[in-house]
Design a protein around this ligand. Structure first.
Ligand SMILES: [Zn+2]
Length: 383
């Protein structure tokens, strides 16, 4: 997600914050601490303005930790099922764990999806229990009183987080749970995705109506616009999941071999970039060239790699200085399932993938060739 900054690394997972998250943080801080009509002012009218701000800031930070725990729970269960999670991003509408792969089984998806809301529910239960137990012991004027106020607020907000996420619209956690159940019963992931994603679109529609109602009937423009944004996000995400599943079923039987180009350009690692550009890329209208030493693939050089070097230095810079080394390229062979190659394209942003067979470079698979294959199947009405 562009516009996000990495702030920490937990269990080998990058924790990133999108700029829009600061908006949430500021907003939450304000709604809690506002000395004239904030939530904590109404709960504790005797607190000083300074105490309001400090308690609110601690609450907002712990809320942030709560959302992070929810996402980490998803990520750790995903990892237990060998679905690598590279990063977690917190943004305007909550958090997302960036999964590189689709879950391998209905059970894996169920456990992964349920882990987040379950964590929020446990945190909520702890908060409410602390507040409930403490209210009988601690008075409003004790030094421990702010702890109870914070625990109570976080208790309810975590329960609310669990409930919102369990709404059965894909890709919300509840939608994933629904998909895993349909998938487990019908043994058909594509159908399960269809059901859960249409659920997501339906929920998005209802949220939008609710948002409009809030604007006009309740005169709550802020709340209404907020609902509308969640609806928009949810609708887009549900629709792109449907699209992804459609692609997956269109290419389900296909492999890389028939789609790869067996004739392809190659250069030696010591070739200067100027020769690469004017001798190979431009005349052949190519976007990437294999880098080959003898019969060994040493890397892949793309147009994007050229941007790493100033144009004036092209004559002196050899290809091997800017290429993606072979060891970092996704492993694709002629028998690789096309969906596997599509996932490799999605993960790498490379325009072409070298295709290897028994350690030998046998072809190049172009992103465009895959896209046109999918279009061809669709225009023939093949599913
Ligand atoms: Zn979640």
């Amino acid at each position: 997600m562009p516009g996000s900054i990495a702030i920490a690394r937990v269990f080998g997972i990058d924790i990133r914050i999108h700029l829009s998250w600061f908006l949430i943080f500021g907003l939450l801080l304000f709604t809690l601490s506002d000395p004239t009509g904030g939530l904590f002012r109404s709960l504790r009218p005797t607190w000083s303005d300074q105490k309001l701000v400090i308690v609110s800031a601690v609450t907002a930070l712990l809320f942030f930790a709560s959302v992070l725990s929810h996402e980490l729970a998803h990520a750790l269960v995903a990892r237990a099922f060998r679905m690598p999670v590279s990063s977690i991003t917190l943004f305007l509408l909550g958090g997302v764990a960036n999964l590189a792969k689709e879950p391998p089984s209905a059970r894996a998806e169920f456990l992964m999806a349920a882990a987040g809301p379950a964590t929020s529910l446990v945190l909520g239960g702890i908060g409410i229990a602390i507040a409930g137990f403490g209210s009988g012991v601690v008075t409003e004027f004790s030094a421990l009183d702010p702890v109870l106020v914070i625990a109570n607020y976080l208790g309810y907000i975590n329960v609310a987080l669990a409930i919102f996420n369990m709404i059965p619209g894909f890709p919300l956690d509840g939608g994933r749970v629904l998909r895993s159940i349909v998938w487990g019963i019908a043994h058909d992931r594509a159908r399960a995705t269809g059901v859960a994603a249409r659920g997501g679109q339906l929920v998005a529609g209802l949220l939008l109506l609710f948002g409009i109602w809030r604007i006009f009937a309740e005169n709550d423009a802020f709340g209404g616009v907020w609902m509308g944004m969640i609806a928009y996000f949810l609708y887009n995400a549900a629709s792109s999941s449907l699209e992804q599943e459609r692609v997956a079923s269109a290419v389900s039987g296909a492999t890389v071999g028939p789609l790869m180009a067996q004739q392809f350009l190659s250069v030696h690692p010591r070739t200067p970039l100027a020769e690469l550009v004017y001798g190979h890329l431009v005349p052949h209208n190519a976007r990437a060239v294999a880098v080959v030493d003898g019969d060994r693939l040493t890397g892949l050089v793309t147009i994007a790699d050229l941007q790493k070097v100033d144009q004036a230095a092209w004559p002196q810079t050899p290809v091997e200085e800017v290429m993606t080394p072979a060891a970092q390229l996704p492993a694709v062979s002629p028998t690789t399932k096309l969906m596997g190659a599509i996932e490799a394209f999605a993960a790498s942003a490379l325009p072409v993938l070298p295709v290897m067979d028994a350690g030998r470079l046998v072809g190049m698979l172009d992103r465009e060739a895959v896209a046109s294959y999918i279009r061809m199947r669709e225009s023939l009405g093949l599913r």
